[in-house]
Design a protein around this ligand. Sequence first.
Ligand code: HEC
Ligand code: HEC
Length: 355
Amino acid sequence: MKFTVINYLLSFVIINVAILTVAIAGESERQIGYGRGGRMQGGAVSERSKEPIQPIPVSFDYDRAKVELGKKLFFEPRLSKSGWITCNSCHNLSTGGADNLPSSIGHKWLFGPINSPTVLNAKFNVAQFWDGRAKDLKEQAKGPIANPMEMASNHELAVSVLQSIPEYVGWFKEVYKDEKITMDNVADAIAAFEETLTTPNSRFDWWLKDYDDKLSEFEKEGYDLFKAKGCINCHNGFGVGGNSFQKFGIAKPYDKDTQTLGRYNVTKYEKDKHVFKVPLLRNIELTAPYFHDASTWNLSEAVNIMAEYQLGITLTAGETNKIVAFLRTLTGDQPSIIFPILPPSTANTQKPDRN
Ligand code: HEC
Ligand code: HEC
């Protein structure tokens, strides 16, 4: 799969960076990440590279000018009809890349139909949205700008607003070599910024790199349970989820929300009713409430619901506590964002419209 290959390549690049770091700092071999095939610096293979969860790469290549532009657009309220809503309104980077609301508040205070997933690590998703209707971040980014319940603008208007501001014209020209701003390029820049929103260096990732003391015995037992009980079958990979679509209610029909059809909306296959993209569990302690219908604010309860509806088992209180303790070790370094300063509107810039 393309996504896996790229990430393996990325981790390979990191190894080279790591070798440099080690040469300078004189660290021991055990202290660096592993790359392709689980090979450590010096040729040793870490047993933990065979674990079904992989550490998030710590560094990767990106196009700085494009990412800076995408960051401005992510925080640009003039992409919304009201001139007030930004991507960050619902994917707040101060609060785990989500809004911590049962469902988002959009244009004219309209409540959306579904809980907003985090943008952090979204690049590890096999597709975007709960039902996977956008194939990648670029395709996704065009959606909310024109969604009447979200930013309520339209693509022509959003582009004309940017086109009316000379600084944007200059930045787009620098990145895309084109005088004319296009929606495609707006989405491309936003996606490039989102690609950088990863959260490496969680305690669990350090443990995966052989730093034993990063996890307590209790947390480690939680991870063992996560595997032994079967959570790992759906929540695995870089994002601890995000790489498959699964029915919510495999072992027992999920009765709290029977209206949201999920993947069925895309495929129209009967078997895809109530099938959703498996959410990423990275930084899960930051992104309550849980599930597409936000049916619980409590992580322990979310774990118990999963056990009941997905696995058909009941966990003891002790087991739930251990799994939750493990899940809390998945919180990584949050992206440190220098808040962008946006250029002023001109006489030609469309005025905000609250209606
Ligand atoms: C009014 C709130 C709101 C705004 C504004 C908003 N989003 Fe979202 N976003 C959501 C909701 C709700 C979903 C889930 C919708 C669904 O799955 O049907 C979502 C889904 C996503 C996803 C998919 C994540 C996943 O795990 O599938 C990404 C990525 C994303 N938004 C990025 C953006 C970007 C970029 C912008 C700005 C251009 C933006 N959003 C603006 C609420 C919002
Ligand atoms: C058969 C696949 C499958 C198994 C097994 C599974 N999950 Fe899930 N998990 C999902 C899906 C699908 C969702 C999204 C459900 C929804 O909201 O529609 C989910 C959601 C979650 C959420 C909420 C995430 C969020 O952002 O809202 C948590 C927490 C979670 N799972 C933990 C676990 C734990 C712990 C286990 C083991 C006890 C487990 N899961 C087993 C598929 C699975």
